[in-house]
Structures are given as C-alpha cells and as structure tokens.
Design a protein around this ligand. Structure first.
Ligand code: G3D
Ligand code: MG
Length: 180
C-alpha cells in the first residue's frame, strides 16, 4: 500500500439525548434501525472500515456514541481524547437540540479537541417533516457560522444520507492528514 495507507480515525457522535445518535451509528455500521429503543448505557464504541481508492487510502472509523444519562462530566476528557472529527447531531423536530449545538456540543468539542476541528452538522429525523421545528435553511446557515465542513439532513430510520455523512467526514479528515 502507498504512503497514504490505512488510517485509524476516532469520531465523536455529539448531540442532545434522543436526537438519534445511536440510531445513526447502527444504521451506518449494521444497516439496521431498531424501533425498540434502549437508551445507550455509558459509551458505545463501534467501528467500521471504509476504502477511499481515489485517495489511495483506507480507514477504520472508531465511533464513540455517548449516552445522555452518563455522568458526562466524568467521562468527557477520555471521550474526546485523540478525536479526529465529530458529527454534531440535532433533531429537526426539536429546536432546543438545534440551539444546543453551538452553545453546548461544539463548545465542548473545541475545548477538548484543539488539533483536528473537522465536523459535520446533521439534522436528523427528516422523515418527520410534519413535526419539523428547524428549517433546512437555518441548518445550512448554522453550518456556515460554525464552519462545519458539511450540512446534511438525515433519516436514521430510513438510512437517508447516513453513509454519506460518515464518508464525507472521513474523507476530509484523511485529506487534511495527508496534506499536513
Ligand atoms: P440518542 O442515541 O441520540 O439518544 P436514539 O437517540 O438513537 O436512541 O433515538 C432516539 C429516538 O428517536 C428513538 O425513538 C429512535 O427510534 C428515534 N429516531 C432516531 N432516528 C430517527 C429518525 O431518523 N427518524 C425517526 N422517525 N425516528 C428516529 P424512541 O421512540 O424509541 O424513543
Ligand atoms: Mg444513544
């Protein structure tokens, strides 16, 4: 394999409780969506391999999915250690989850991860358009403001844009790592 080689990328999945973090990760890793919702206990760590022939590279994405009821303050430093990027997730049917992105999740990420600040903004549950509280335009606007590399609306339930989000994020991280 070339010098670009194989990358191990730790990705944090951040956002309020019940925005769909665990559902997004299981859709990406297992192509499944579970209706019988069991709150994540502690931190779920799952991985998935991706290939990027156009970059002559491959990656193992190690996905850290934290639970809301975890004593977040205690686990936080370890959670962010060695992180290469993040998915910042809100729920399009809950505006408070959107408002917490810059004030809580991004601030936290930036406090702990100083080196690699590559993240994507995700508006999840876009299959619930009739319950929508956050416009797509507002999502796009926030993504620009916080300098996210991309904004996507996803449906973890139907697998919409989920793979795309992880592939885009990983690819950007690798590009930056190759060039530095
Ligand atoms: P979390 O890990 O961020 O806490 P979960 O969130 O993945 O556990 O999801 C919280 C709830 O939202 C679950 O419903 C889950 O089924 C639902 N959900 C997640 N993603 C989507 C989506 O894209 N569309 C829809 N319609 N629902 C979604 P319950 O009812 O089990 O609490
Ligand atoms: Mg969860």
């Amino acid at each position: 394999m070339s010098a670009e080689g194989h990358w191990l990328l730790k990705i944090a999945i951040l956002g309020d409780d019940a925005v769909g973090k665990t559902s997004i990760v299981s859709q990406f890793v297992d192509n499944t969506f579970r209706e019988d919702y069991k709150a994540t206990i502690g931190t779920n760590i799952l991985d998935k391999d991706l290939k990027f022939p156009e970059l002559n590279a491959s990656a193992k994405l190690v996905l850290w999915d934290i639970a809301g009821q975890t004593q977040y303050e205690k686990v936080r430093p370890g959670y962010y250690e060695g992180c290469s990027g993040a998915l910042l997730v809100y729920d399009i049917t809950r505006s408070t989850s959107f408002e917490n992105i810059p004030t809580k999740w991004l601030m936290d990420y930036k406090n702990f991860v100083t080196k690699d600040q590559i993240y994507i903004l995700i508006g999840n549950k876009n299959d619930l358009d009739n319950q929508r509280e956050v416009n797509k335009e507002d999502g796009e606007k926030m993504a620009k403001e916080i300098e996210a590399i991309e904004f996507l609306e996803t449906s973890a339930k139907f697998g919409v844009n989920v793979d795309k989000a992880f592939i885009k994020l990983a690819k950007e991280i690798i590009k930056v790592k190759i060039s530095t």
